[in-house]
Structure formats: structure tokens, C-alpha cells
Design a protein around this ligand. Structure first.
Ligand SMILES: Cc1cc2nc3c(=O)[nH]c(=O)nc-3n(C[C@H](O)[C@H](O)[C@H](O)COP(=O)(O)OP(=O)(O)OC[C@H]3O[C@@H](n4cnc5c(N)ncnc54)[C@H](O)[C@@H]3O)c2cc1C
Length: 269
């Protein structure tokens, strides 16, 4: 529901001229101003409704976004969707060493191990499916028969969300720290749907949120220390030399600062 103009029209009620036609360029300037300054309620005046089909492990993360309206397929009413999310042999990811929640970017188990894992996955799916069917055939209620279905089974839902909260969803789920599986959904929702329906808002979202870098007071103090010491861009070694000499620093915070400094080219990658 709505388009870029729904946002500018709602915002202009503040000064009473929401019915007056404005040029594209005036609308674009206003949208960019609103997003830059977190005037978020006008972005709640547009929304999208999607029919989503996702594996349960991914859905479990998705449903944490409480500001969406959801109506989901019920495996009490209906038999569970007979489909499993499968992993090809070359896509089993290593556990990340630096991030307890994540996987190592671009690092996969060997194909020999991957083949074994995909084969055992397929057998397990067959067992889970058979067990479920046996229970249903024996007359067990669907609400109870489902209890051992794996997280790789799919669910379907209508998911309706306003643009402000979609941007929050996309900011979190398109981020590199989000799990690959939900990130792939978020990329499609963002780039294929939201960007096409709300091109001006999307451009502002990319510029001010998605591709923006937020500096903490700690980051700024670090940057000032580097400027005082070197007066120019620094190498990773120089970054480490200075941060090691600082007291009471948090390793994680230092690593996050390094990541940001690399993004802006202040520390040479
Ligand atoms: C990389 C990553 C890792 C995560 N790891 C974990 C984890 O280990 N464990 C875990 O439990 N969750 C985890 N989460 C989920 C996370 O904590 C949020 O619950 C989820 O991302 C939804 O975000 P949200 O609250 O901003 O969105 P929404 O629920 O859509 O809320 C949007 C905004 O609305 C407001 N809001 C909504 N509901 C309320 C309310 N009831 N009261 C007050 N304000 C409200 C808040 O300001 C909120 O920021 C993770 C998320 C990410 C992206």
C-alpha cells in the first residue's frame, strides 16, 4: 500500500500543506531529510504484504520482528508442508572462530565431508517424514504428530509490515552478521521489492542507513589518537600497535572499530 508520495504527503501535514502538489525533487529532498533525521512516522504510512515461504529455522528469526502483522500456516489445522530445506555438499559452512553466533564467511567443509553430511541429511529427512506419516495414519492428532518435525521443514505466512519497520528488518537482516539464509530473503525483499516500490525511500535508506557507518565516542577518540600519532591513513599494524598500548579496552569494541575504519579507508585493508 502506498508509494514514495505517501511518505511526503503524511509528513507535510505538520505544516498544513499536505494536499498541495510538489515537485519530484522537493519530495526527494524531504524524504532524504526525514530519514537522515529519524523522523520515522511518515514511513509508517506505506506498507507491503508478502506471502512468505521459509524454513522454520529462518522463520524463527524472522518472527522476532514484532512490528509486522503475521498470519501463518497452521500445522494443527493442516498437514505439515511436505518439503525440506536441503544443503548441497559444497555449502556446509564452518563455525566462525571470532563470532560465536556466525559461520566463517566463504569457508566450507571439504567436499568429501559435505557429501557425507548431505547424504545423512537426506536420510534423516526421510526418517522424519516417515515418522510423521506413521503417526497421522495411526490417528494421532496433527498438533501432536508434528512435534518431531525438523527445523528444515517449511512454513508459509502472510507478512505485512510498514516501511519504517521494514527498514529496521532490512538493516538487521541484510547486515553481514545476520545468518546467510535469512540474509538471502532480506536481500530479495530489499532489492527486488522495496527498492522497486519505493525507489526514493530506498535510495535514502541505502545512503543513510544501509551503507552508513556509525561512530561511537570510543571510535572517535581512537581516530583522534591515530591522527595525533600519524596524521594520515594508517596500516593495520599501526592500528594494532596503538590499540595494544591502550588500557581498559574491550577487544570486541576494538575489532569493530577496525572494521569501520577499514570500511571508510582510514585503515588500509
Ligand atoms: C544478528 C542478530 C542476532 C540475534 N541474536 C539473538 C539471540 O541470540 N537471541 C534472541 O533472543 N534474539 C536475537 N536476535 C533478535 C533481536 O534481538 C531482535 O529481537 C530482532 O532482531 C527484532 O528486532 P527489533 O526488536 O528491532 O524489531 P521489532 O520487533 O520489529 O521492533 C522494532 C522496534 O519497535 C520497538 N518495539 C517493538 N516491540 C516492542 C515492545 N514490546 N516494547 C518496546 N518496544 C518495542 C522497539 O523499539 C524495536 O526496536 C538477533 C538479531 C540479529 C539481527
Amino acid at each position: 500500500m502506498g508509494d514514495d508520495n505517501s511518505i511526503t504527503q503524511a509528513a507535510r501535514i505538520s505544516y498544513g500543506n499536505h494536499t498541495k502538489e510538489k515537485s519530484e525533487s522537493e519530495n526527494r529532498t524531504l524524504i532524504r531529510y526525514l530519514l537522515r533525521h529519524s523522523h520515522t512516522t511518515p514511513f509508517e504510512m506505506a506498507e507491503i504484504k508478502l506471502l512468505v515461504r521459509a524454513p522454520m529455522d529462518c522463520w524463527r528469526q524472522w518472527i522476532r520482528h514484532r512490528t509486522a502483522n503475521v498470519n501463518e500456516y497452521s500445522t494443527r489445522y493442516s498437514e505439515a508442508i511436505n518439503s525440506f530445506d536441503t544443503t548441497p555438499p559444497n555449502e556446509w559452512r564452518h563455525q566462525s572462530k571470532s563470532n560465536k553466533q556466525g559461520s566463517e564467511h566463504g569457508e566450507f567443509l571439504s567436499l568429501t565431508d559435505g557429501n557425507k553430511l548431505s547424504e545423512s541429511e537426506s536420510k534423516f529427512h526421510e526418517i522424519a517424514e516417515t515418522l510423521y506419516e506413521i503417526r497421522l495414519e495411526a490417528g494421532v492428532a496433527r498438533e501432536q504428530a508434528r512435534k518431531d518435525l525438523p527445523l528444515s521443514t517449511y512454513t508459509e505466512a502472510y507478512w505485512k509490515c510498514d516501511l519504517h519497520n521494514i527498514f529496521n528488518f532490512l538493516r538487521l537482516r541484510m547486515d553481514k552478521h545476520a545468518q546467510k539464509e535469512i540474509r538471502e530473503y532480506a536481500e530479495v525483499i530489499g532489492k527486488e521489492i522495496v527498492a522497486k516500490l519505493f525507489p526514493v525511500c530506498w535510495e535514502a535508506f541505502e545512503d543513510y542507513i544501509l551503507d552508513a557507518v556509525k561512530f561511537t565516542a570510543f571510535d572517535i577518540a581512537l581516530m583522534q589518537t591515530f591522527f595525533d600519532a600519524y596524521g594520515t591513513k594508517i596500516s593495520e599494524k599501526e592500528f594494532e600497535a596503538i590499540t595494544k598500548s591502550l588500557q581498559n579496552t574491550n577487544n570486541r569494541e576494538v575489532a569493530e572499530a577496525l572494521d569501520k575504519f577499514k570500511t571508510i579507508g582510514f585503515v588500509r585493508a
